[in-house]
Design a protein around this ligand. Structure first.
Ligand code: UDP
Ligand code: LCN
Length: 797
């Protein structure tokens, strides 16, 4: 619906707002994005006289995501709430914001960027909205990210209002339930319908209450079995009783919480497969290589913690089954000193967690021998999924109970496996490339040679729409912040000019989205102050590596080694912006006077890198060191440290009252931030992306704008100077950071929630007719066959 401007902005301000909008400078670009609009508006205010307050205008502009400039009008993308954009057109003369349909907006935007498209251009349109009608829909954008709650309320509402249908669905689900090939919960031959179930429950509860104190588990179970109640209800008479009472409540007076509690007690997961094809996946000697960072750490830690959690979960249900977890990755014969050529590798400190490697194959069946960048693996995934399925079934001696995809490639493979095996699928994006690179959709052709986004974004949309549930590490990953668009949100609508218009690519109001942050390994990342847990010898040897030893894996000799260190550790991707940090440091005499810079990143020799972007960043680093003559102020460690050593490295930096800086131009989450916080090292992290939800600014750390080097450097110098004058200030931030990390970001919390999700969504998948999902999956299948496969094939190297 069109709206007069005065709906948003008070009358006296309208004229000036219009003056501002139509005076914007369009010299190099027909599109101005949010941050630039805000900066330009501030300048406008500063340079104008006799303005009214402009409060409502400023409020309006805060919600403007982008403005397109056409000859006679402006098109304004107005984000009235998270996950909710409206597009308006404003002419030079009029005072009406005319609403534009997304489809028309994309067509205009496409022409604006590519005016030379043929006049009869028919760009492919993707609109998945007609499939969004299955399942419940959230209404309030602020509730997105807690889908499980909504789903439980929805399902318990159905149980209450259509008891016959839903109680029966629940009965069928319980009757068919088995784990590890063993039938559990109900014997359908004895308990033949819901009525009988209710009757048996009544008798059983009565019997259990009487025998709560005196009955042995064995005797009680024997009696229950004779009534058709099988194993899986609990490992004590009390637990069995509690679970039965929960089921009675669900059948008689259901609500969301009781339903979740009941489902959470059913042992549903003993075998899980985690899919992560790209990069170097291993336990040693891989971190810091291209495409190999937080995702590997996350999955290894998650798998270990999940094994522990599931073992407890299954044991509490009274079963004697060991969980098994397989991490599926790519086998790379040219291993470059890693274990990537081993088919099966046991994960350390676990009972039954394994890395299973399956090779990529060419059409003739031959194995691809070398590492391939994550941007070029697409042609190999189709066959990979087929081979993985075979291997999985063999290793698990059957199907897994849960498949977890990781990143765009793993999620796509997980989708295929889940469909073929009929197993519940969870997606974890880790980082969606789309929002990492500015205008990755609009100028996709410029990116294509290096990044192949035209393939990746389709893969993303297919897997995110078919996943049963998606977990994200922060809420901003899904719906952004008040002023910036979320990573998933960016798939709602977009154009890749000349290639496709996505009119609706994802439904953020579907309850599949859940926020569950990760943790870190608490054995490795613990506070610097726990002196007894630290090994003196390791500390000394590592401190020499970090601050003293000069060899072909480290650069720089500190003139003043006693200054506090500014520390960072990251892969040398452009987006990580370590070169930006180096430059900011190099330019700041103030900072150079008060602190040294210590970086652990990649290798020192660009010739040793096979990744073009990484090699370029290594070269840039050397150029900056020379340009600002930094050899006396910095240490650059260019080697892959073991995980244990990185833990100690943070602590060594904290011993010297240092700080950790994460200067990325965008960071989806940022495990290094958590690692530093758990270790007690005060953190300064980018304000773009996940860190805004990890750190409470000025309390448990600091947020920085890495694109504004002056303010960034100012903040670092201020803190270091203040801490030197008053060490208690440093200590307070250190303590607050650790407290926040320990309270909110742990793997124990993560696994508890993840397991619940698998169970609740597992029941949902089973109980609700998913006809619309079947149609959606057929549509995605067509996209995959007709679009994805051909495009992917064209980049086979
Ligand atoms: N890391 C490392 N050595 C390096 C670079 C990184 O051990 O040279 C580890 C780091 O400790 C962290 C992970 O790799 O555990 C990086 O995760 P993060 O989420 O910060 O970033 P990503 O690399 O996934 O973008
Ligand atoms: C990928 C990233 O880019 C990081 O921001 C995350 O912390 C990591 O994956 C783990 O999810």
């Amino acid at each position: 619906m069109s709206k007069p401007l005065n709906t948003f902005v008070d009358e006296p301000e309208i004229k000036y707002l219009r003056d501002f909008l139509f005076s914007l400078s369009w010299d190099d670009t027909p599109i101005i994005l949010h941050n630039d609009v805000i900066l330009a508006f501030q300048q406008f205010i500063d340079n104008s006289e006799d303005l009214p307050s402009m409060q409502t205008a400023s409020h309006f502009l805060r919600k403007v995501q982008e403005i397109l400039h056409l000859d006679d009008r402006l098109i304004i993308v107005y984000r009235n709430r998270r996950a909710n954009c409206r597009i308006y057109e404003l002419t030079q003369e009029g005072n009406i914001l005319k609403r534009l349909a997304v489809k028309d907006f994309l067509a205009v935007k496409e022409r604006l960027i590519k005016p030379d498209l043929p006049y009869d251009q028919r760009t492919m349109e993707l609109n998945l909205s007609s499939f969004y009608d299955y399942g419940p829909t959230l209404r309030d954008p602020d509730t997105i990210g807690n889908g499980i709650k909504h789903l439980n309320n929805y399902m318990s509402g159905h149980l209450a209002h259509q008891p016959e249908k839903w109680n029966n669905a629940l009965y069928e689900f319980l009757k068919l339930h088995h784990l590890h090939g063993v039938q559990l919960l109900l014997d359908g031959e004895v308990i033949c319908n819901t009525g009988q179930l209710e009757g048996v429950l009544e008798d059983a509860v009565d019997y259990l209450e009487r025998n709560k104190k005196s009955g042995t588990l064995e005797r009680v179970q024997k009696r229950l079995t004779s009534w058709g109640i099988l194993d899986g209800w609990g490992n004590s008479v009390e637990r069995i009783l509690e679970m039965m009472q929960l089921l009675q409540d669900v059948l008689e007076q259901p609500n969301g919480d009781t339903l979740e509690e009941f489902l959470a007690r059913i042992p549903m997961v003993s075998k899980a497969a985690m899919i992560s094809p790209h990069g170097w996946f291993g336990q040693e000697n891989v971190l810091g290589r291209p495409d190999t960072g937080g995702q590997v750490v996350y999955i290894l830690d998650q798998a270990k913690a999940l094994e522990r959690y599931l073992a407890k979960d299954i044991q509490l249900a009274g079963l004697n089954i060991d969980p098994k977890i397989l991490i599926i990755t790519r086998l790379i014969p040219e291993n470059e000193g890693t274990t990537s050529d081993q088919r099966l590798e046991k994960v350390q400190n676990t009972k039954n967690v394994w890395i299973l490697r399956v090779p990529f194959r060419e059409h003739d069946g031959s194995v691809v021998r070398h590492w391939i960048s994550r941007f070029r693996i697409w042609p190999y995934l189709d066959q990979f999924a087929v081979d993985v399925r075979e291997e999985l079934v063999k290793e698990f001696e059957g199907k897994p109970d849960l498949i977890i995809g990781n990143y765009s490639d793993g999620n796509l493979v997980a989708t295929q496996l889940s469909e073929k095996l009929g197993v519940i699928q969870c997606n974890i994006a880790h980082a969606l490339e789309k929002s990492k690179y500015l205008f990755s959709d609009l100028y996709w052709q410029d990116f294509e040679k290096e990044y192949n986004f035209s393939i990746q974004f389709i893969a993303d949309m297919v897997s995110m729409n078919l996943a049963n549930f998606i977990i994200s590490s922060t809420r901003q990953e899904i719906t952004g912040t008040e002023t910036s668009i979320g990573q998933y949100e960016s798939y709602q609508f977009f154009t890749m000019p000349g290639l496709m218009h996505v009119i609706s690519g994802i439904n953020l109001f579907h309850p599949r989205f859940n926020v569950i942050p990760p943790g870190v390994s608490e054995e490795i990342y613990f506070p610097y102050s726990r002196k007894k847990r630290r090994r003196k010898k390791t500390t000394e040897t590592l401190a020499e590596v970090l601050f003293e030893i000069e060899d072909d894996e480290s650069l720089g000799r500190l003139e003043n080694p006693d200054l506090p260190p500014i520390f960072s550790i990251a892969r040398l991707d452009r987006i990580k912006n370590l070169t930006g940090l180096m430059e900011a440091y190099g330019q700041s005499d103030e900072l150079r006077k008060v602190a040294n810079l210590v970086l652990i990143a990649s290798v020192l020799d660009p010739e040793k890198s096979k990744d073009l972007e990484e090699a370029e960043e290594i070269r840039k680093m050397h150029t900056l060191i020379e340009k600002y003559d930094l050899r006396g102020n910095i240490r650059w460690i260019g080697k892959f440290l073991s995980k244990e050593d990185t833990g100690e490295a943070y602590r060594i930096m904290a011993d010297r009252q240092g700080i950790f800086v994460q200067p990325a131009l965008f960071e989806a989450f940022g495990l290094t931030i958590l690692e530093a916080m758990h270790s007690g090292l005060p953190v300064f992290a980018t304000q773009f992306g996940g860190p805004v939800e990890i750190i409470e600014d000025n309390i448990s750390g600091f947020l920085i704008n890495p694109t504004d080097q002056v303010s960034m450097v100012g903040k670092l110098a201020d803190f270091i100077e203040k801490s030197t004058d008053d060490p208690s200030y440093w200590k307070r931030i250190s303590r607050k950071g650790t407290e926040r990390a320990q309270k909110n970001f742990t793997w124990e919390l993560h696994c508890r929630k993840l397991t619940r999700l698998a169970k609740v969504y597992g029941f949902w998948k089973y109980s609700i007719s998913q006809d619309a999902k079947v149609r959606l999956s057929q549509y995605c299948h067509l996209l995959y066959e007709l679009y994805y496969k051909e495009r992917a094939e064209s980049i086979r190297s």
